[in-house]
Design a protein around this ligand. Structure first.
Ligand code: ZN
Length: 99
């Protein structure tokens, strides 16, 4: 299930997010692309909307069992660039099919 939109979804359609403890004791949420890192994971669609919803309802804190603040700035960047890539490839296809 996606922790953002809460839709049931196949694991293969979701990305795994884990909490990484940095040296300065800030918890940073990062994407576990290989799905192999130990510990708890939160699953969600690679969509900025889902990330936004998950942040708003503090779903990461619950899913990852982190009581303090979680830094999701890295996630935000990855999610935004991922959606940008999607959009660009769609435009690319359109250009070819229209010519
Ligand atoms: Zn979702």
């Amino acid at each position: 299930m996606c922790v953002g939109c809460r839709e049931r979804e196949l694991i293969s359609e979701l990305v795994r997010v884990v909490a990484r403890d940095d040296a300065d004791s800030v918890v940073v949420a990062v994407i576990d692309f290989r799905r192999r890192l130990p510990g708890r994971g939160a699953w969600l669609h690679l969509r900025p909307d889902c990330l936004h919803q998950a942040e708003r309802r503090r779903a990461f804190g619950r899913a990852l069992r982190v009581s303090g603040r979680i830094d999701t700035s890295e996630l935000t960047e990855t999610f935004q660039s991922a959606s940008r890539i999607d959009t660009e490839s769609v435009h690319e296809e359109n250009r070819y099919t229209n010519s």
